[in-house]
Design a protein around this ligand. Structure first.
Ligand SMILES: [Zn+2]
Length: 384
């Protein structure tokens, strides 16, 4: 009987400790904050315990998944890390860093496990093979295009085609497609369409393979090729699944509408992350060169080009036309030439994604984009 008060006291103490524990870290976000501090301090096991607790409280917290990815990577468990980074990307498609981490880990063979390594879906792999075939066909025409590029100013209309994303940066996912692959395939097809024009147009590409390329390098290439027009090819994602179609964006200080604002968020996030990744190299001078804001003349020309391209796409496009818009896209600001970002459909839109999965539709899209570029070229030939 004498022990009873002690037992009761013990129970009371245990309960108050438990309650205190709950009050100290009740939400998943708070646990995530503690876990992040633990990770920074090298306490990986403690971080994982906190994050597992956070995950139990909120399975849809993308920050918790991203941190679990980081923690398991720090512990050397690539398979677990990959699955959490993938989960983080699924929960928040705008989490570009997790997307890039999943993509980076996915580039290497994962240790045997449950057989769900899933580096890239089969559909994306098929798309890569098609892009390769396009690239080989294009290199057959490179001599012709190269000759045209050697002319003085007043010669061919110089187009720099920039396939968005690539390598570590997969871009936006959608219905088994990967934005980086779609962009590369459509861009290579567009380059072929334009190269077939011979001496009217010279075509350069910022990338011709599935490689990472930071935003500043893309912007610098525009100046390097002395471009009359930069066409950056992307596929968009919008919170509204009904939003779709082909959109042409020029630079402006503020987005033209909510869909443009969503596109700016996604594209600028990728632009920034890769710029940070490139920090190891001595990129300061490139940054300085690329960060010169586009001149007022380039911005005006880009706005005009976007409208001309949209008007030229009004007929013959396999995807509906969304139209011309504008927004504070970093790439368009940094490119030392009139630059237009083409969202060649929305991967968040079922009809657009289904069309983009079909090679014939991508070819028709590239041909329509080719006519749009030629409309801009024709207009610049008329203006002195
Ligand atoms: Zn993009």
């Amino acid at each position: 009987m004498t022990r009873c008060p002690i037992v009761l006291f013990g129970l009371f103490l245990a309960m108050s400790l438990a309650l205190g524990g709950i009050a100290r870290a009740e939400s998943a976000d708070e646990l995530a904050r503690e876990a992040q501090a633990a990770l920074t301090g090298g306490e990986v096991d403690q971080a994982i315990a906190l994050l597992r607790e956070a995950q139990a409280k909120d399975v849809r917290n993308d920050r918790v998944q991203a941190l679990l990815g980081r923690a398991y990577l720090q512990r050397g468990d690539a398979r677990e890390a990959f699955s959490h980074f993938t989960q983080a990307t699924r929960l928040n498609p705008e989490d570009t860093l997790s997307r890039m981490m999943a993509e980076t880990i996915g580039q290497f063979p994962l240790p045997a496990g449950d057989g769900k390594a899933a580096a890239t879906p089969g559909r994306s792999r098929a798309l890569s093979a098609e892009a390769k075939a396009e690239r080989e066909a294009l290199s057959g025409q490179a001599g012709q295009a190269g000759k045209a590029a050697g002319k003085d100013r007043g010669g061919p209309f110089r187009v720099v085609i920039d396939p968005g994303h690539g390598g570590m940066d997969a871009g936006t996912p959608g219905l088994g497609l990967r934005e980086a692959n779609v962009a590369l395939d459509v861009a290579l097809r567009l380059a072929r369409v334009l190269a077939a024009r011979g001496e009217d147009v010279s075509v350069s590409l910022t990338r011709t393979a599935d490689v990472s390329l930071p935003g500043w390098a893309r912007a610098a290439l525009a100046g390097f090729y002395d471009a009359d027009l930069v066409v950056s090819v992307h596929a968009a994602r919008a919170p509204d699944p009904a939003a779709g179609g082909v959109a042409f964006y020029a630079f402006a200080g503020a987005p033209s509408d909510a869909v443009a604002a969503a596109a700016v968020r996604v594209e600028n996030a990728a632009h920034e992350s890769l710029a940070a990744q490139a920090g190891r190299m001595d990129t300061q001078s490139f940054h300085a060169a690329a960060r010169r804001s586009a001149g007022a003349r380039d911005v005006l020309a880009a706005g005009q080009a976007a409208r001309t391209m949209a008007a030229a796409m009004a007929s013959g496009s396999p995807l509906p036309l969304r139209g011309a818009g504008a927004g504070p896209f970093r790439l368009l600001d940094e490119a030392d030439a009139p630059a237009v970002l083409v969202e060649a459909g929305f991967l968040s839109n079922a009809a657009d994604a289904a069309a983009l999965a079909v090679p014939e539709k991508r070819q028709a899209l590239a041909e329509a984009l080719g006519r749009a570029v030629l409309a801009v070229a024709g207009q610049s030939a008329r203006t002195p």
